[in-house]
Design a protein around this ligand. Structure first.
Ligand code: FAD
Length: 388
């Protein structure tokens, strides 16, 4: 089994396969240091924790992660707090930075004899219509390599080789551009709220999410086409204080900004997730904008489903799980896409040039009002916010 990519999807898949006795290798373009230093997600859903628990991969997150169960919305119509952990099914997130989880999964895989080839970039997956697919790859300064296996798992993200290798006409690519961009920031500063902060302001959205006791993720909505370098530290903190209405709710804890990333809000889904002997999982299968924090959680869910189906096929000759893998994942993917889309509409004013923008803006305020006052709407939110 060849797995492309050592992110959450590839590493969960690799660990479950290895524990079951399936021979596998992971090809990863980045080097080890870079892989373990890419802070992205942080909010793990209860189902993600259950999956990791089932496969004894959750030791680090139980030791260092923190439970999280509240959002605070700050808007032009006032602020309100939603204790989602006390609504819906009463479930909570665990906050544990993605790069620490990736570090744990990698250590576990290698300690159990798993092979990761760092610095190897997959170029193409060939012969996917046969039972001996091949992966062509290159290593910086090295000769071209070819890997062959019974199956290939494309866990190499949106711009990886797996997607590129799908023959035109063999799949549908659903795409949506939300017309919104965020500047994702990491500040070496303690969280300023004991909740996720969502601020809607005439200057644009601002967000606050705890990561650890000394690191906080912030987001600022920006115009399209800018550069992170346009944002000095002074400008970032000025805009965060303004949009999060610090004058009214209390100041933010400042600290050095150690990461600035521009994220254009685009969502997409590849359908189906299987092409012969090639399977897609994680961001390679579907990209979600980060407004609802679903991407890493879906990646883990899909990796477990794929691993179980592969084990059934390779060790027990039962191909049913692989046959339904795509269909089962797509149900989760579209539900996550639907909630993410709803969150984007909740948190951003409609672009001024969009037809009916004032109407959409009035709808947005009404949605927030409903979330503030309707217990059944809060239950619905809680269930979808922590669920995948
Ligand atoms: P990745 O983590 O992208 O891993 C893919 C791996 O494949 C990488 O290591 C890459 O180097 C490697 N690779 C790529 N191309 C090749 C190639 N050709 N050959 C070999 N290797 C290759 N999700 C949440 O659930 N909660 C959150 O709070 C959250 N916050 C986010 C915040 C930000 C700023 C961003 C950008 C994303 C966030 N996400 C969040 C989304 C989440 O990070 C992704 O959905 C998740 O990383 C997907 O995991 P993956 O394993 O599919 O892909």
């Amino acid at each position: 089994m060849v797995i492309l990519g050592a992110g959450p999807a590839g590493l969960v898949l690799g660990n479950v396969l290895l524990a079951a006795g399936v021979d596998c290798v992971i090809l990863e373009r980045a080097d080890r240091a870079r892989l373990a230093a890419r802070p992205r997600a942080g909010f793990l859903a209860p189902n993600t924790v259950r999956v990791l628990d089932r496969h004894r991969l959750a030791e680090g997150l139980h030791r260092h992660g923190r439970e999280h169960a509240a959002c605070e919305f700050r808007t032009e119509d006032g602020s309100f707090r939603l204790d989602y952990g006390a609504r819906g099914r009463g479930e909570r997130h665990t906050v544990y930075p993605q790069h620490l989880l990736v570090g744990d999964l990698l250590a576990h895989f290698q300690q159990n004899g798993g092979q990761v080839r760092f610095g190897v970039e997959a170029l193409a997956v060939l012969d996917t219509r046969t039972s001996r697919p091949r992966v062509t790859a290159r290593r910086a300064d090295g000769p071209p390599e070819t890997w062959q296996a019974r199956y290939v798992a494309g866990c190499d993200g949106r711009h990886g080789a797996a997607r590129r290798s799908l023959p035109p006409g063999a799949f549908r690519h659903h795409r949506y551009d939300h017309g919104v961009s965020w500047l994702g920031l990491l500040a070496e500063a303690p969280p300023s709220l004991d909740a996720v902060g969502y601020a809607v302001h005439p200057n644009g959205f601002a967000g606050h999410m705890a990561r650890t006791s000394s690191v906080t993720r912030y987001y600022l909505q920006t115009g399209r086409g800018g550069s992170p370098e346009d944002w000095s530290e002074a400008r970032i903190w000025r805009e965060l204080e303004l949009r999060m209405r610090a004058a009214e709710h209390g100041p933010l804890h400042h600290g050095p900004i150690v990461q600035r990333t521009l994220v254009d809000f685009e969502s997409d889904v590849i359908e189906p997730l299987r092409h012969g002997s090639l399977f897609l999982a994680g961001d390679a299968a579907s990209l979600l904008c980060p407004a609802a924090a679903k991407g890493a959680n879906l990646a883990v869910l899909e990796a477990e489903l794929l691993a179980e189906a592969l084990v059934a096929d390779l060790l027990h000759g039962e191909a049913g799980g692989l046959a339904t893998y795509s269909e089962r994942c797509l149900r989760y993917i579209w539900r996550a896409q639907e909630f993410s889309h709803w969150m984007v509409r909740l948190l951003h004013a409609a672009p001024g040039d969009e037809a009916g923008a004032p109407f959409h803006d009035a709808l947005r305020r009404s949605r927030l009002d409903s979330l503030r006052s309707s217990r059944s709407h809060q239950d619905w939110f809680a269930e979808h916010y922590v669920g995948v």
